[in-house]
Design a protein around this ligand. Structure first.
Ligand code: TXA
Ligand code: MG
Length: 310
């Protein structure tokens, strides 16, 4: 394992050798591999225990690399200009030939592309010189790691290098927008629905059709303990994810944001879920959290963690 800035060259070397690398991004930690190398990509699916029908996101360092990866139309360019580098993923027709192998795309003719903002991720991809696929560095179905130690605990055993970029600033996975027939929101995230609609107009709802968004399964992001949502207070033997200044105190209470700030709550969500889970509670009760703006993405992850969304 290597850490810190000195790790960039080792990360590049590991990727070129078909090995996996734990990489910080501004959203969550990723488990990265050369997008063009089917054996390396197979190792990601293996490490995560991830079903192979669930495609990966290709991460790029700049717009030129993005345009070698996917076919951009006007809306795609507008969104890229407005939000890249940053926590937005675009699902677009794949370039032909594709620098992202079939396995990484789960055989689809589309590809998910994102230009991360985290300087370490960008430097590694730029040094590698080609797209890098990186799902969240958790085992499939578990909360995404937003701290270095959590990433190493989840999938460190499978990585040839692991780069410590500190706590992830955003804390939730990127917003995923498909620009295929009409613009659709496949996964809410830090770039909000309203921010996207301000650039390209109204978004259609994601279809129930699982093929369009294969990752959107029930019981995703789940801790060991069951979740109880919209709970005003914890019951005996429950841990509590609180929100806001008036929350109860206690050894099993984890306040997502004492100030009642949604960005802070998002950044803390997965780390607090893990911390609450480590107290081996009967259940994790979660305070009511506003559902507008960034709250849409927080609510989405909580409902999946609770197993409510199919
Ligand atoms: O913030 C993020 O996006 C993080 C960091 C590491 O960049 N990555 C991440 O990757 O969350 P992952 O694999 O956990 O989630 C990728 C999501 C999945 O829901 C997957 O189904 C969807 O993107 N996806 C990927 N390619 C797709 C495609 N061609 N069509 C539709 N959905 C796609
Ligand atoms: Mg994931």
């Amino acid at each position: 394992m290597v850490e810190g800035r000195d790790g960039i060259d080792e990360a590049r070397t590991a990727l070129a050798a078909g090995r996996l690398v734990i990489l910080p991004t501004e959203t969550v930690y990723g488990l990265a591999a050369d997008a063009a190398d089917p054996a390396a990509v197979a190792a990601i699916f293996e490490a995560k225990g991830r079903p192979r029908f669930n495609p990966l996101i290709a991460h790029v360092a700049d717009q030129a690399m993005a345009e070698r990866t996917a076919v951009f139309d006007d809306d795609a360019r507008k969104l890229a200009r407005a939000f890249w580098p940053g926590p937005l993923t675009l699902v677009l027709p794949a370039a032909d030939p594709s620098p992202v192998c079939d396995l990484a795309r789960a055989g689809l003719e589309t590809v998910a592309v994102r230009m991360p903002a985290h300087p370490i991720a960008r430097q590694v991809i730029a040094a590698f010189g080609a797209p890098v696929v990186a799902p969240s560095a958790n085992r499939s179905g578990r909360p995404s790691p937003t701290r270095f130690a959590d990433a190493v605990e989840e999938t460190g055993a499978f990585a040839a290098a692991a780069l410590d970029g500190g706590a992830c600033e955003v804390g939730l996975e990127s917003t995923v927008v498909a620009l295929l027939d009409r613009p659709r929101l496949l996964r809410p995230g830090a770039v909000t629905r309203a921010q996207i609609e301000a650039v390209i107009g109204p978004l259609a709802e994601a279809e129930a059709d699982a093929k369009r968004s294969p990752g959107r399964m029930a019981r995703h992001y789940a801790p060991q303990a069951p979740l109880r949502l919209d709970a005003a207070a914890p019951e005996p033997d429950e841990a509590y994810l609180a929100f806001g200044p008036d929350a109860p105190q206690g050894p099993r209470v984890f306040n997502l944001s004492p100030a009642g700030d949604l960005a802070e709550a998002a950044a803390n969500l997965f780390a607090h879920l893990r911390a609450a889970d480590r107290t081996a509670p009967r259940a994790i009760a979660v305070a009511p959290i506003p559902k507008s703006g960034l709250g849409e993405a927080i609510d989405d992850r909580l409902r999946r963690a609770a197993g409510f969304v199919g």
